[in-house]
Design a protein. Structure first.
Length: 194
């Protein structure tokens, strides 16, 4: 009788354990609830573009972009330029595949303005991508910090992500349409989130 009670107790206990450990169709025990934390996507606040030279250029470097309040801070570390000013623009397509960088399209211009100076606060008097001139020193280096209103690294119509940064061979005259008469494109880099 003692053995029968013990055997019954063991059978009931094993049956209960088997039920507890039995997995449901979704892989969790019936008495357990599983919650999967959902990650909230974080908008980029920093980006960079690694510059590559055109076929007849030795320009190389990197350009960093970061949110600065309602503006974007642009930091350049560029070398291989001829001394003096060079047109500096964000172009509408992040594609530097063609040898002359024409694959980057025209200036980034979500406000449909005319080409102009970075100093102009009127969106109709400049393209959002008009960054003025990048000044190279006597050694061909251009290390600069520029703060630009009207751009963002976050998603939206004024986002620079997926666009291209272009440095031209010549000075941007800040008035000729559509690109400031700044000559061929010397370097190109695609702007990517960090």
């Amino acid at each position: 009788m003692k053995n029968l009670i013990l055997a019954t107790f063991v059978t009931v206990a094993l049956s209960a354990c088997a039920q507890f450990h039995k997995k449901s169709e979704n892989g969790t025990a019936p008495s357990q609830t599983t919650t999967t934390p959902t990650a909230t996507p974080v908008a980029a606040t920093k980006a960079q573009a690694v510059l590559k030279p055109s076929i007849n250029s030795k320009v190389k470097g990197i350009v960093h972009f970061s949110e600065d309040g309602d503006a974007v801070k642009i930091e350049t570390m560029v070398e291989g330029l001829k001394p003096g000013p060079h047109g500096f623009h964000i172009h509408e397509v992040g594609d530097c595949s063609k040898a002359d960088f024409s694959s980057a399209g025209g200036h980034f211009n979500p406000g449909h303005g005319s080409h102009g100076s970075l100093d102009s606060k009127d969106a109709k008097k400049r393209h959002a991508g008009d960054l003025g001139n990048l000044m190279a020193d006597t050694k061909g280096k251009a290390n600069a910090i520029i703060i630009v209103d009207g751009l963002t690294v976050k998603p939206g119509p004024h986002s620079i992500l997926g666009k291209a940064i272009i440095i031209h061979n010549d000075k941007d005259d800040l008035k000729s349409q559509p690109a400031g008469n700044s000559g061929p494109r010397a370097a190109c880099g695609v702007i990517e989130a960090l």
